[in-house]
Design a protein around this ligand. Structure first.
Ligand code: SME
Length: 181
């Protein structure tokens, strides 16, 4: 047992092969869901998720949430890693694009993504996923790495399922109307 989940601690920055990364994440999911069971508070749930996912994904240099705080605005939420940008409009960066399109965005090399926000110059790849509750966008999960190609489709699918389950347990406040495009 280490840092709340039964996974061996790995050095920060280690990039395992995709299958091993997906297996490590899949193995951690039951413990992550157990840790969140019954928790309805948004900050408690998102902070715990950020911590447990950061521990599970050693390739991540940053792991956390941007919460939707306006019709087209994201504001920093619970995270692990160096300081992130405080506010991201929907028309900026990978996080904004994910919020706008409401689908997972896998960016193997951020230098090829127009408008990428370089909160950390060393970031090379990202995976950003929408957190939707009752059809409404509530937040995005942002995972960054100093390695190119550090996240894969398998990880994206596993995280999508985790976020969908977690979202149903949180007592969200009032929602914002979703933009049409
Ligand atoms: N990389 C993100 C911005 C957030 S930080 O890197 C923590 C983006 O382009 O949306």
């Amino acid at each position: 047992m280490s840092e709340g989940i039964p996974l061996p601690a790995l050095p920060r920055g280690l990039l395992l092969p995709p299958d091993e990364r997906a297996a490590r994440l899949a193995g951690a999911l039951p413990a992550i869901e157990a840790a969140l069971a019954g928790e309805t508070d948004e900050i408690a749930a998102l902070a715990t998720l950020a911590s447990l996912l950061f521990h599970t994904l050693p390739q991540a240099s940053w792991c956390g949430f941007y919460r939707r705080t306006g019709e087209r605005l994201l504001t920093i939420g619970p995270y692990q890693g160096p300081m992130g940008c405080l506010r991201i409009p929907f028309d900026r960066g990978v996080c904004g694009a994910c919020a706008q399109e409401r689908r997972a965005l896998l960016v193997p090399d951020v230098r090829a993504f127009p408008g990428h926000i370089a909160c950390d110059d060393a970031t090379r790849s990202e995976l950003v996923l929408p957190l939707l509750a009752g059809g409404s966008l509530r937040a995005v999960l942002d995972l960054d790495s100093h390695h190119t190609d550090a996240f894969c489709e398998q990880e994206a699918r596993l995280l999508e399922r985790l976020l969908a389950r977690v979202a149903t347990g949180i007592a969200w406040g009032p929602s914002f109307p979703d933009p049409s495009g």
